[in-house]
Design a protein around this ligand. Structure first.
Ligand code: BGC
Length: 724
């Protein structure tokens, strides 16, 4: 039973100031009586110097593992807590709990919102039976810089696609009623704001951009998650226009609360309240606490500025107690929404935990999503799919590796992941496989190379399994050189000498510079970190039991020197291709092309789709009417396939410079060989709006171009006008 607003206020009135402040801290399990780790408060957490009493009253906990531990902690906690306010259990359930799904960047490439939602629903179920109430997801930071390791947590570079996924994930995690459904978890959207734009792709670095840029591209996905009902939001580590997000009143109060009307709980990122000191905007811990609470941080994660300073700040009249009341009320409200006052153990259930984790159906969904997330980047002469009966030399550090879950899969076990070798063995039999490791991720020996060469001589096809280890992306894993590690490139080039068809299957958390791989190999399958069912899903695709349909949700740069490279860039005064011949004084590089190696929206299939001439229902529209753009898409090949048809629009003349094109809609369609379907999109005035120089969000009358096609590059164009 939810306790109503009046009861919540009554509860708040009974709380001492210290009890209120304690609600605003989040600690790890080892602080709690009943935790298996209790007593081991060494390391950074020991520095928090927190009293037993405070622990007994603290509001939430991060990262407990399993129903048993959760129940034990909650039980002891409630015994000791004067007002019997239950603890809130939070954790990072990012792309699966026990059953691990592909990393979010891969899910982005599926363009499959339904399956994405399903994956979040399953993650929520597995998480809630293990006692988790809130997940620190979805991460919706827009990303344009593949050097940043955390691009793997995002669905990519486009605000429209990211917003669609943000909503799908929130729906999947939360369902329609958190109180009624104990097998859902509250979603905490992160990292607010603009974390994806850290300078130079270097982790925890500065973000400085115009407010127009922020609103137009970086903010929409957070807003979408909030509109979908996300209950919490996490502030980011970075500065936003000079002020760290965690102490940024303009961001957290003026925008988030006043303008967007967000009523949920705001939590800092790990230690980011204290980080206001090294950022150089707070003189000491008290100042950091003052800045964070004033800016609107309700819960301080894993640092102790609040508990050590808020009460004296209130006594000294630096902080109005009403500010703390507001924060506490929001936290209590969330506990009530989750039904915790009535059911403090909520979904936690040891029996269920044993029974449902990694059930066949969950693995099936993970498998499906992996199939739909893996991008076929190259397939020279239709070398893929593989024919059964050929001898395959499978070589590379990922051939037998179980490191397929990717970062942010802390409750998943690598041993549960199906390796590529096992997936292929299941499909084609061990007799058709020859295996050699070839090299490690970034080290190799002569012996390994010799073994690899030996087996290529006996094989018909070389299948390379290459990539980054999961530690090479995710948090605190920026890379300046985004090629495959040198030793793997050397292996690839050496084996090329065997002059046999060569296929690369890649495992990685970010777009890589693949120039050499493109040149040397015949086919490239970008598998990302595909999750628990990885090897089986890849085998399905390699042998053509499934047809690749994924399309990139983030551009693959030609080289690191192009970064940031993204499809919806602004037009310049000297565009390269507007001029008839190669010109010097145009916007270009002397040594590399402007275009990425693989553009946004790109991905191949084992069939071919042809696009007929696109048609517009009219040449003009006005604010109250709409236009329809249609195109006939035909499957010209031999096998059924799914195509993702994409609609982009360019505003020809804007009040401010407008991008070359922007994704406005897409449709995923299944076509059988020879089948044609007419795909239509509706263009409304709403789709033509943008933030003007005065930040007003509105459209301009005048000319537009609609682009329709299979990716952001290969499009056909149709002009129309928005008139009065
Ligand atoms: C990360 C967050 C995460 C938090 C809690 C931080 O270091 O930036 O994304 O939710 O830790 O694990």
């Amino acid at each position: 039973m939810k306790i109503n607003e009046e009861q919540l206020n009554h509860l708040l009135n009974q709380m001492t100031l210290d009890e209120k402040i304690a609600q605003c801290i989040q600690l790890a399990p080892n602080f709690y009586e009943g935790s298996k780790e209790k007593g081991d408060v060494t390391g950074p957490m020991a520095k928090l110097g927190i009293s037993e009493e405070l622990v007994q009253n603290s509001g939430s906990l991060i990262g407990a593992t399993g129903a048993k531990e959760m129940i034990r902690i909650q039980e002891t906690y409630l015994k000791n807590n004067r007002l019997k306010i239950p603890l809130l259990f939070m954790a990072d359930i990012v792309h699966g709990c026990k059953t691990i799904f592909p990393i979010p960047l891969a899910i982005g490439c599926s363009w499959d919102l339904e399956l994405a939602e399903k994956s979040a629903e399953i993650a929520a179920l597995e998480a809630s039976v293990s006692g988790i109430h809130v997940t620190f997801a979805p991460m919706v930071d827009l990303v344009r810089d593949p050097r940043w390791g955390r691009v793997m947590e995002s669905t990519g570079e486009d605000p429209y696609l990211n917003s669609k996924f943000a909503k799908a994930f929130v729906r999947g995690f939360q369902g329609s009623d958190l109180e009624e459904d104990p097998y859902r978890v509250a979603a905490c959207v992160k990292h607010f704001a603009g974390y994806g734009a850290v300078e130079g792709g270097r982790e925890y670095n500065t973000v400085d951009m115009s407010e127009r840029q922020l609103r137009e591209y970086y903010l929409p996905a957070y807003k979408a998650a909030i509109d979908e009902g996300a209950q919490m939001l996490m502030s980011s580590f970075n500065t936003v226009n000079g002020i760290p997000a965690t102490g940024n009143r303009k961001l957290l109060r003026d925008l988030l609360r006043d303008e967007w009307g967000f009523e949920g709980v705001v939590i800092s990122d790990w230690g980011s309240v204290m980080e206001l000191i090294p950022h150089g905007v707070a003189a000491d811990e008290a100042d950091a606490a003052y800045k964070a609470i004033s800016a609107g941080i309700d819960i301080e994660m894993m640092s102790s500025a609040y508990v050590k300073n808020l009460s004296s700040l209130v006594e000294n009249k630096m902080v109005d107690e009403a500010l703390i009341d507001e924060a506490v009320l929001r936290i209590l409200r969330l506990k009530s929404k989750l039904g915790l006052f009535e059911h403090p153990y909520r979904g936690a259930d040891e029996e269920l935990e044993k029974r449902i984790m990694m059930s066949e159906y969950y693995r099936h969904v993970s498998h499906e999503l992996a199939v739909k997330s893996i991008v076929l980047l190259q397939n020279k002469n239709g070398i893929l799919p593989l024919q059964k009966g050929k001898k395959i030399a499978i070589i590379g550090p990922f051939a037998k590796s179980h490191d397929l879950l990717g970062p942010w899969s802390w409750l998943g076990s690598k041993e549960d992941a199906i390796s590529l070798y096992d997936g292929l063995k299941e499909k084609a039999g061990a007799h058709s496989l020859l295996y050699a490791e070839g090299c490690g991720i970034d080290t190799g020996t002569e012996e390994q190379l010799k073994d690899a060469i030996k087996i290529t001589n006996k094989a018909d096809i070389i299948l390379l399994a290459l990539g980054e280890s999961s530690e090479m992306s995710g948090e605190a894993a920026s890379r300046a050189d985004i090629r495959l590690p040198q030793v793997q490139m050397d292996l690839m080039k050496l084996l090329k000498r065997a002059d046999k068809p060569m296929i690369a299957v890649l495992f990685n958390g970010r777009p890589l510079d693949l120039r050499d791989v493109v040149e040397v190999t015949n086919a490239i399958l970008e598998a990302w970190f595909p999750g628990t069912e990885g090897g089986a899903a890849i085998a399905d695709l390699l042998f053509g039991d499934k047809n690749p349909s994924a399309k990139l949700s983030m551009s693959f740069p030609y080289s690191v020197g192009q970064i940031p490279v993204y499809y919806n860039h602004f037009r310049t005064g000297r565009p390269q291709n507007a001029l008839p011949k190669v010109e010097k004084y145009v916007s270009k590089y002397l040594d590399i092309p402007n275009d990425p190696l693989f553009p946004f929206g790109f991905g191949l299939s084992y069939t071919t789709f042809s696009y007929g001439n696109a048609r517009l229902s009219d040449q003009t529209m006005n604010v109250g009417t709409s236009l329809t753009i249609s195109v006939d898409v035909t499957n010209d090949g031999e096998v059924p396939g799914e195509e993702i048809v994409q609609l982009y629009i360019q505003d020809v003349v804007g009040e401010v410079v407008r991008p070359v094109k922007e994704l406005k809609d897409f449709k995923k369609v299944l076509l059988y060989p020879g089948e044609t379907k007419s795909i239509s999109f509706t263009i409304t005035e709403e789709k033509l709006r943008y933030h003007h120089s005065d930040l007003q969000y509105k459209s301009d009358h005048g000319a537009f171009i609609a682009y329709i096609g299979p990716n952001s590059r290969d499009v056909q164009a149709l002009s129309f006008q928005l008139i009065q």
